[in-house]
Design a protein around this ligand. Structure first.
Ligand code: ATP
Length: 598
């Protein structure tokens, strides 16, 4: 999936509409506040252009103290009131922007969590995600877009007022200024396009650089980094990508310098023309000094406003490109989460794999081939096989992390993809090999979504079931102790086996009707493993339980065993049936392992 560059006014309007709608849904008062603030900002230039004309004319002309003081008072008071009000609005806009950024942050996090699992492993999607995040965080797209929209409104109002003043002098002068501004805008537009292209070129290097940056601060890698001396290779890779990023930025800064120099030369030329014309009018047509000052100031402000407006317009155009990346990311479909059939509580669950074959995205070969198996209600099934045989992949399909390439998986006779995703997920308690504990308390790690209502006793009961009651009893805060020391000095660091017991406890607490343990006991000592399996079968009761384990002894407690080999089920039956066939894989695996125990 390549990211698409969509351009044009129609596209920009679509993007801005999406953005304004989103902004409005986050805060109803934000857009009106911005508009009001823009109106007030555009009033300041007029005050400082028109009032000084009267002050100067009064000074040079009749010199009436009373009138002079009145104009000075209007100028000072007007500026004071407008500045205070603008500051107040700025503060409100700033707070509202923070709120907006937080809401965008939340949207991005929700999107990442809802993304199809296979996308998490797709480099193109990861690049798009990176482009979207880079746009939002590194370029401050949201804040800049809001600022620029407000600025554009304020500049339009200012320009209309200034044109009205300058026309009273000469309409032609307006055209000359516009021509020079058009030239400068062309230069700015070119610069913005270059800037966007350079920014996009830097995305892969930025992603790699950020990855190596997180490696050094990832505590869980601390042991490996020290024991295998990984730091030099991490730092050398990180430094290589950093050099690439610096080279891209240096190139961009040089180009920016050249283009900005050219724009300034044009502006100086314009001012020379304007002053020459005004001086001519003062000497030949007796234009007053007050009017001279007012027109000079109005023309200068007009030129600044038009350039600034066109630059704002071009910048909005560029920001729309960045925002479009965010929208493309936001609109990625989550096809695995489709399904609207309700999965109300059922008395019985039967799972059927019907001729299921599966290839990982972008893989040429099938990882699972023509799998057909039925798991009856209450059945305990053990999946065994050599490394890479496809056991975990079988579970990933069952839990809708991936969709079968061919064939279908049924739950109670209905294709699992038809069920509502959240309801389907509720019927599984899964412990994967690479389970993760979080830097939360023990209770939160076990009860997760339920942590506000779960009682300490119910968590302690689960800890007792997995054999952790002694360890927990010793802790000052019991089940409310934090895991890891990341946020709490008194946090606990569990051993690998203890962590695995906790992960199993989490599955037990969920009390779902289908339990899957994917090598959950690899880090447990033999006694703990024996206890857990025996206990588990009691605790699981008449639920479906699927175990994946390389400890063949666990197969004995199961009703059925499926032996996987290179993506196929080559043997299926109970222990007594399969052990008889000496020449087949099950008996070989079982016997080769049991000789170490006898
Ligand atoms: N995300 C992935 N993308 C591509 N190939 C994958 C992916 N995950 C696993 N595989 C491949 O699929 C095959 C089956 O892997 P799987 O994890 O299902 O095996 P397993 O039987 O559970 O192995 P083990 O006993 O080592 O855990 C392996 O060849 C593996 O390299």
């Amino acid at each position: 999936m390549e990211y698409k560059q969509r351009q044009g006014l129609g596209e920009n309007i679509r993007i801005l509409k999406y953005f304004l709608k989103l902004t409005h849904s986050i805060s109803k008062s934000h857009i009106p506040t911005l508009l009001l603030s823009s109106f007030l900002k555009s009033a300041i230039p007029f005050l400082n252009i028109i009032v000084p004309k009267f002050i100067i004319d009064e000074l040079i002309g009749q010199q009436r103290t009373e009138i002079f003081v009145q104009f000075i008072a209007i100028l000072i008071l007007g500026n004071f009131v407008l500045n205070i009000t603008n500051r107040w609005f700025d503060k409100r806009v700033k707070i509202a922007n923070e709120k907006m950024m937080y809401s965008f942050d939340t949207l991005i996090s929700e999107k990442i969590v809802d993304m199809d699992f296979e996308n998490i492993e797709n480099p193109e999607i990861l690049d798009l995600k990176e482009r979207a995040l880079f746009a939002i965080y590194n370029h401050g797209t949201i804040e800049r877009l809001i600022e620029n929209i407000a600025k554009a409104v304020s500049e339009i109002i200012t320009m209309i007022g200034l044109i009205a003043i300058i026309f009273t002098l000469n309409g032609f002068i307006v055209l000359v200024i516009l021509a020079i501004i058009a030239l400068n805008s062309k230069i700015f537009d070119k610069l913005q396009k270059l800037s966007f292209e350079e920014g996009q070129k830097a995305v892969p290097a930025n992603r790699a650089f950020a990855y190596f940056g997180t490696l050094t601060s990832d505590f869980s890698l601390g042991k490996d980094i020290r024991l295998y001396n990984i730091a030099p290779i991490i730092l050398s890779k990180s430094s290589r990508f950093h050099t690439d990023i610096v080279a891209i930025n240096t190139r961009h800064c040089r180009t920016e310098g050249k283009y900005n120099g050219l724009t300034n030369i044009n502006l100086q030329f314009q001012m020379v023309l304007v002053y020459a014309y005004l001086t001519y009018r003062v000497f030949i047509e007796a234009l007053s000094i007050g009017s001279f000052t007012m027109y000079a100031s109005a023309i200068s402000s007009f030129s600044t406003s038009v350039s600034s407006f066109i630059n704002t317009f071009i910048e909005i155009n560029q920001l729309c490109r960045y925002l479009d990346l965010f929208i493309q990311f936001e609109q990625l479909e989550s096809k695995n989460q489709a399904g609207d059939r309700s999965l109300e509580e059922q008395d019985q669950y039967v799972i059927e794999f019907c001729n299921v074959s599966f290839k990982y995205p972008k893989n040429k070969d099938y990882t699972l081939k023509n799998i057909s198996i039925t798991i009856k209600h209450g059945e305990k099934l053990s999946l065994v096989g050599l490394n890479g045989a496809g056991k975990t992949t079988f579970i990933k399909l069952l839990t809708r992390l991936y969709e079968p390439t061919e064939g279908e998986i049924l739950l109670n006779g209905i294709n699992i993809s038809e069920y509502k995703y959240d309801e389907y997920m509720k019927i599984f308690s899964v412990v994967f090999q690479d389970f993760k504990l979080l830097a939360f308390t023990i209770k939160e790690n076990i009860s997760l979504d339920d942590h506000n209502t779960a009682s300490d006793e119910s968590i302690f009961e689960v800890m007792r079931e997995v054999g952790l009651e002694k360890e927990i009893s010793k802790l000052e805060k019991g089940v409310n102790t934090s895991i890891y020391k990341r946020f709490d000095k008194k946090g606990i660091e569990f051993s690998g086996g203890q962590s695995q017991k906790l992960a199993i406890g989490r599955a037990l607490y969920k009390d779902a009707p289908i339990v899957v343990l994917d090598e959950p006991t690899a880090a447990l000592d033999p006694i703990a493993e024996y206890e857990i399996y025996n206990k588990f079968n009691d605790l699981v009761g008449n639920k479906i339980a699927i175990y994946i384990s390389h400890r063949m002894s666990s197969c004995k407690i199961c009703d059925k065993i499926a032996v996987f080999h290179r993506g196929e089920i080559i043997q299926y039956g109970n222990h007594d049936e399969l052990i008889k066939d000496d020449n087949m894989q099950y008996a070989k695996m079982f016997k080769s392992q049991s000789q170490y125990y006898v």
